[in-house]
Design a protein around this ligand. Structure first.
Ligand SMILES: [Zn+2]
Length: 343
């Protein structure tokens, strides 16, 4: 089968790899119909040390169950399923509390030992806890939005929950990538009255406004912090969604939260420390977040997508075939918001 392998920075190839197959009785074999390239794929794309074996890539996918192991009962052959960006058993201490990204028997797609979503098929471990069957066929018009349940929509929702977004309050979103844009949807969905988007790309800003952003701050650094203060009566936002992970974006995020407010961080941190320890301490600002347990949110977010109230699939502004994935990485690094792979 064909799959995406990253061998180092800016070295992504689509190659023939061994066919995915069932190994454990808890596995399902899924034939991928849609996948995508993630902002977090760009971190290794820019910095991965050269590797002779390479890492299989992709952690967001929808596909059709082709076969199941003897112990799988929640999905069956022929089901169209969506996979969260981490696999999990659904039964351990952490899964039962809705923190599937900390599953005691779970893990991450791709790398050197597992299939990734950016390939024609995937062996899905712990299929019962991992996969969610979708109530539509593989060519349904809502496929782009359903694919965002794999990661970016659930991750934006997680940022909003961790930032404690409440009806009638002020939310600010740092980062206008696909996750930040989904964070706007999530903040509106949870009832925020004022939603401030911090970003500077015209096409993304337009989408943020369509999704419900009420204010846009295109300044950077101290000027951005100052502008948010002006927009919030000098006090800052109740809830800040940090959707980038850079030191500078985190510094902005903690600096625009008001006293007693919260920062929900879902951008993978690229620094070892959180800035402004003392000011955030004295202001009683909660800093929370991490990898989103998107599996826990799928059933909650699905109806809004199916019934057309939210359209997170609009973050996809480009579609490619599997063979176009290397170009897709180049595009995702530059002009594209998010690239979808159609098989
Ligand atoms: Zn678990």
């Amino acid at each position: 089968m064909r799959a995406t392998v990253m061998y180092g920075a800016h070295d992504v190839r689509v190659e023939d790899v061994p066919d995915a197959q069932l190994i454990e009785p808890t596995d399902a074999l899924v034939r991928v119909t849609r996948a995508c390239i993630c902002g977090s794929d760009l971190w290794p794309y820019n910095a991965m040390a050269p590797s002779a074996i390479g890492n299989r890539m992709g952690h967001e996918f929808i596909g059709v169950v082709e076969s199941i192991g003897a112990d799988v009962g929640n999905v069956k052959k022929g089901d169209l399923v969506v996979a969260p960006f981490a696999w999990s058993d659904g039964t351990c201490e952490f899964c039962r509390q809705g923190l599937q990204t900390s599953c005691l028997h779970g893990g991450w797609w791709g790398g050197t030992t597992l299939d990734g979503g950016q390939g024609e098929a995937v062996r899905v471990p712990q299929a019962d806890g991992t996969l969610v069957a979708l109530p539509v066929g593989p060519d349904h018009a809502l496929m782009p939005s359903l694919l965002t349940l794999s990661d970016v929509m659930g991750t934006g929702h997680h940022a909003a929950l961790r930032a404690n977004v409440r009806p009638g309050k002020i939310a600010a979103v740092v980062g206008d990538g696909a996750v930040g844009l989904c964070g706007v949807i999530a903040a509106r969905r949870l009832g925020a009255e004022q939603i401030i988007m911090l970003g500077r790309h015209a096409d993304r800003i337009a989408l943020a406004q369509r999704f419900g952003a009420t204010d846009v701050v295109s300044e950077r650094g101290d000027a951005a912090i100052e502008r948010v203060r002006e927009l919030t009566g000098g006090l800052g936002a109740h809830s800040v969604l940090e959707c980038v992970g850079h030191g500078e974006s985190m510094r902005t995020a903690v600096s625009i939260a008001r006293a007693g407010g919260a920062v929900g961080r879902v951008g993978v941190p690229q620094e070892t420390t959180i800035p402004n320890a003392q000011p955030t301490f004295y202001a009683n600002i909660t800093i929370a977040g991490g990898p989103a347990p998107v599996r826990a949110y799928m059933h909650e977010l699905l109806p809004d997508v199916m019934e057309g109230r939210n359209e997170p699939g609009l973050v996809f502004d480009r579609t490619t075939s599997i063979d176009g994935v290397p170009d897709g990485y180049r595009a995702n690094e530059r002009e594209a918001i998010k690239v979808m792979i159609q098989f």
